[in-house]
Design a protein around this ligand. Structure first.
Ligand SMILES: Cc1cc2nc3c(=O)[nH]c(=O)nc-3n(C[C@H](O)[C@H](O)[C@H](O)COP(=O)(O)O)c2cc1C
Length: 175
């Protein structure tokens, strides 16, 4: 039996599991921009304190997401059908247009923008990031924007110093 709906923190999921006796939690929007919710729930279920999400982890998760989204768009994960396997019906409408690698990258980043906004929401630098999000077209653009607003050394750039913060702040690994 699944328990599901409006679980936005690992604590809320644990409470739901305890109160309802459900076998497992399904988490959808709570994981958007915060995939660490799963490891946090696992830790809580084991009676452990979940590890903090460090700035380095946070940045590399975003960059990995970007890399995978681009690779996916470029067809890297496309299902290879063995010889003789039934082929999909040709789609009606527009003939399939193979994207060049650059087109695929741009398409992937465009689709990923909402995830980038989820990742950065509520963090210092998130408002500045939101303002330039429509200018992000390539993986390099995303990398540069992270460096600009969320530098790896954990420093707070002057241009975002006055931003209000509602999410937990990230700690630099060496902080
Ligand atoms: C972005 C998103 C993706 C989802 N993906 C799946 C899925 O792949 N398989 C599935 O069974 N349910 C999926 N669901 C449904 C959720 O698992 C869940 O049952 C319900 O929508 C509660 O979502 P919430 O945690 O956002 O409140 C998805 C829901 C959302 C919002």
């Amino acid at each position: 039996m699944w328990g599901s709906g409006d679980l936005f923190t690992a604590e809320a999921a644990l409470q739901m599991l305890r109160e309802t006796g459900a076998d497992a939690a399904r988490i959808a929007r709570g994981a958007c921009g915060y995939p660490w919710i799963f490891r946090e729930l696992l830790a809580l279920e084991r009676g452990q304190t979940p590890p903090e999400v460090t700035l380095r982890e946070w940045r590399s998760m975003i960059l990995r997401h970007v890399e995978m989204a681009v690779a996916d768009k470029q067809g890297l994960y496309r299902l290879q059908r063995p010889d003789g396997a039934p082929q999909p019906r040709p789609s009606r409408g527009h003939p399939r247009h193979e994207l060049s690698d650059d087109e695929a990258e741009r398409a992937a980043i465009r689709e990923l923008r909402k995830h980038l906004l989820w990742y950065t929401r509520g963090r210092r630098g998130g408002l500045a990031f939101r303002r330039i999000a429509s200018e992000l077209h390539t993986a390099d653009d995303v990398h540069r924007a992270l460096d600009r607003f969320f530098p790896e050394d954990g420093s707070v750039p002057a241009e975002v110093r006055d931003e209000p913060v509602s999410a937990r702040q990230l700690t630099a690994d060496d902080a």
